[in-house]
Design a protein around this ligand. Structure first.
Ligand code: NA7
Length: 538
């Protein structure tokens, strides 16, 4: 139920989205700066990405004690996670706990999607319209829409004729989907698909996985947290807060200083074995040069490929799964629970789309070049129009009627991933050009939200009405984003959503900032300490 008075049309700040970013931005601006704020949210509850991602096996790949807000000591002491990696339902419970604790829902307008936002230069305000034709005005517009919230269902001929049901993992029905007795087809083997396969296979009569690009995965080794560990993280939250600020990706583990070349073959194998047994994203922290040096990377890639071949007993499946064409961690590296083991079940099939592509979907299922697959349900684990999609979808129009779609025709242009030239008083939390998806998101979010709070506080105190970046700053920042990315192997992976390459026609620009959170934080802090001189303030 909405508690918002829809007759009150003017706000200091409108925040779009009630996920991790939107909730904390509301706390900062409403409770710390005393501003009049409204959050507009499409869903009927808080959660953001996790409101929509309810697919089987949906679980965060950051360890729970790090996938938390760190701004409040009290909150850190009050909340207790139950498992090593938080599942989607528990994350929604956490976000509801936060919303309750800070009394946030009274300022969130649920079930309203922002369909346009236009800057009015004369009145110095943003004019915002929702799908329910409600209009609002605000001095500041802050997008808290997430990086992976624009679900991508590929255009496959004939989908509309399919007589069964189909779902995208990022838009999963609230009441779940029963696979009992069903023949299921799943397209996509990214982080999401790899989580979903074992859970669907366990319930369904039969599962066919359609794989376009083979993928690495390392065991997550998820487990219930021990009482000792729960006490430990509460006792040591100050240590973890510092650690999360210090590590390049905002994760609670350090990247080793050693190079692959520093150790002998046997020691290297032992290091990988140990990391494999420990499980999780820290596998990529085994050596410092895994994401920068092709030769070093090959040792990790080969290790994982050999694990796949050891685990998967069906030799045909093992060959398809281990035929991986990119360096490990060049794409977002998945972690899993029994993914490769699931291919040893007798109710699963694997189709290699590179040698046998989908030609169409018909009434009864999926037709490939060589075969037809009868299906009752199709699961699209096919990813997102990442980073720019959620922003471009909002019809944002800046000064001189400049549409964001036009401004970003050749790819996103931002200063720090926080502001876009031509769009005054608009801030984009975890926008393209910021560390965002290369990090543990809540840590990147807190840094952005606090920077925006401090910037607005500065403007209020100095009585500035507008803040805006310019094309030169955006160009220079774009060069910096490219330069740091080019020192890694990430831009070499041609099919990556980091580059926008998963969406046909999308300009291919490396979008996240790969220079690490500490370095990025320093850049932002220097600008703040320099009274935001890099921006135009009026
Ligand atoms: P991803 O990582 O973008 O994975 C999408 C998967 O879907 C991937 O295997 C794609 O193959 C596949 N895909 C996409 N389009 C098609 C078509 N048209 N045909 C066949 N297969 C296709 O999305 P996820 O949801 O798994 O993960 C997104 C992030 O969420 C993840 O990184 C975490 O940060 C959380 P491709 O590799 O493009 O050949």
């Amino acid at each position: 139920m909405n508690l918002i008075n829809l007759n009150n049309k003017e706000y200091d700040v409108i925040i779009v989205g009630a996920g991790f970013s939107g909730l904390y931005q509301l706390i900062c601006l409403r409770d710390q700066l005393g501003m009049n704020c409204l959050v507009v949210e499409t869903g009927d509850d808080v959660g953001g990405t996790w409101y929509w991602n309810r697919y089987p096996g949906a679980r965060c790949d950051t360890e729970s004690h790090a996938y938390s807000y760190y701004f409040s000591d009290e909150l850190l002491k009050q909340w207790t996670w139950s498992e090593r990696y938080p599942g989607h339902a528990e994350i929604r419970r956490y976000m509801n706990f936060v919303a309750e604790k800070f009394d946030l829902k009274k300022d969130i307008l649920f079930n309203h999607k922002v369909t346009s936002a236009q800057y009015n230069e004369d009145k110095i305000c943003w004019e915002i319209t929702t799908n329910n034709k409600i209009n609002f005005k605000s001095k500041f517009l802050i997008t808290a829409v997430g990086c992976l919230s624009n679900a991508n269902i590929p255009k496959i001929k004939g989908l509309e004729n399919f007589e069964g049901k189909y779902y995208h993992t990022g838009n999963w029905p609230k009441n779940g989907v029963s696979f009992v007795g069903k023949k299921v087809g799943q397209i996509g083997t990214g982080s999401t698909g790899i989580q979903a396969v074992p859970v669907i296979a366990e319930e369904a009569k039969h599962l066919t996985v359609f794989q376009r690009t083979a993928n690495y995965s390392v065991p997550a080794r998820n487990k219930p947290l021990t009482e000792n560990f729960k006490i430990h993280v509460k006792d040591k939250f100050k240590y973890y807060r510092e650690l999360l600020k210090k590590t390049p990706n905002g994760h609670p583990f350090e990247i080793s200083n050693r190079l692959v070349a520093d150790v002998q073959e046997q020691e290297m194998q032992e290091i990988y074995e140990k990391a494999w047994e420990k499980g999780g994203l820290q596998f990529r922290g085994s050596f410092s040069d895994l994401v920068t040096n092709v030769e070093a990377n090959k040792t990790a890639s080969d290790f994982i490929k050999s694990k796949i071949n050891e685990t998967v007993l069906n030799k045909k499946f093992a060959a398809i799964l281990s035929d991986i064409d990119h360096p490990y961690a060049g794409k977002r590296p998945p972690i899993d629970t029994n993914y490769f083991e699931t291919y040893n079940r007798d109710n699963i099939n694997l189709v290699d789309l590179r040698s046998n592509p989908i030609t169409q979907i018909d009434e009864k299922g999926i037709q490939t070049e060589k075969e037809h697959f009868d299906l009752d349900i199709i699961v699209f684990a096919t990813g997102y129009d990442a980073m720019t999609g959620p922003l471009l979808n909002m019809n944002i129009i800046g000064k001189n009627n400049l549409k964001l779609l036009e401004a970003w025709e050749e790819g996103p242009k931002t200063f720090l991933g926080l502001q876009v030239p031509g769009f005054p008083n608009m801030f984009t939390i975890t926008g393209p050009g910021s560390p965002s998806v290369l990090t543990n998101m809540p840590i990147a979010i807190e840094q952005h939200v606090e920077w925006i709070r401090d910037c607005i506080d500065f403007m209020n105190k100095k009585e500035y009405s507008t803040i805006e970046t310019d094309a030169k700053s955006a160009e220079e920042w774009g060069n910096e984003v490219n330069n740091v990315a080019n020192k890694t192997l990430l831009p070499t992976v041609k099919h990556s959503w980091y580059l926008g390459a998963n969406i046909p026609g999308k300009p291919q620009v490396f979008m996240p900032y790969a220079g690490g959170l500490p370095r990025y934080r320093d850049v932002c802090e220097n600008i703040k300490n320099n009274n935001y001189k890099e921006f135009s303030l009026n």
